[in-house]
Design a protein around this ligand. Structure first.
Ligand SMILES: N[C@@H](CCC(=O)N[C@@H](CS)C(=O)NCC(=O)O)C(=O)O
Length: 205
């Protein structure tokens, strides 16, 4: 299989973590790509019309996306500890994973606004509105989801780890840890897991 890959994408990181945690990394060839809404290139849109990564080309040649679909697909291909529960606990896992992905989405849109749009077209109000989503979502995680995060790790926990890593990468100045001692304490331990540590994003040099 082939995975369109970028080391800074929190969504690609989720897929990499899923592959590492389930001992399946060797099944995948990583294809490095750089995509943005303004420069999607050809390779990614030929396989995912949305022009987004991650996109996984399966052994039968068919692409699948997005990260939640890929992670669930990966979870069907192994017999060790599952990333998604197979009972009613699934709905909690999917909701927390969606919350984490939403944090990443708002954080990416903030970064795109600053990095991709001409300065005179950038909107501070719009950036703050995106941060408002992140702020509310982080408070919800801090107040409602710590029991879930502190239980056996599932794909939702890895999603939260990936989204917090992206906040550190792009929006460190926002101080997401302020007033969120429980989440900060959890994250400090969680990032020591080998799958988290080996996928830590770095800004391109
Ligand atoms: N919902 C998608 C989001 C994927 C996404 O936004 N990926 C970013 C990279 S982190 C991307 O490909 N951006 C290019 C674009 O928006 O055109 C997922 O879970 O995979």
């Amino acid at each position: 299989m082939k995975l369109f890959h970028s080391p800074t994408s929190p969504y690609v990181r989720k897929v990499m973590i899923a592959l590492i945690e389930t001992n399946q990394l060797e099944k995948v060839e990583l294809v490095p790509v750089k995509v943005s809404p303004f420069s999607p290139g050809d390779q990614v849109p030929d396989n995912n019309p949305l022009g987004k990564i991650p996109c996984l080309i399966r052994n039968n040649g068919k692409p699948i996306y997005d990260s939640r679909v890929i992670c669930r697909y990966i979870d069907t291909m192994h017999n060790s500890t599952k990333l998604y529960p197979n009972d009613s606990a699934l709905w909690d896992t999917l909701t927390l994973e969606a919350t984490a992905d939403g944090i990443s989405e708002a954080a990416i849109l903030m970064a795109y606004e600053k990095m991709l749009r001409p300065e005179d077209q950038q909107s501070d109000d719009w950036i703050e509105a995106q941060w408002g989503k992140i702020d509310r979502a982080l408070d919800t995680v801090e107040n409602n989801w710590m029991n879930h995060l502190n239980a056996a790790p599932d794909m939702a926990c890895y999603g939260v780890g990936a989204s917090l890593g992206y906040l550190d990468l792009r929006h460190d100045d926002r101080g997401w840890r302020d007033n969120r001692a429980k989440l900060a304490t959890w994250e400090a331990e969680f990032i020591k897991r080998p799958a988290m540590a080996s996928t830590l994003p770095e800004l391109p040099k």
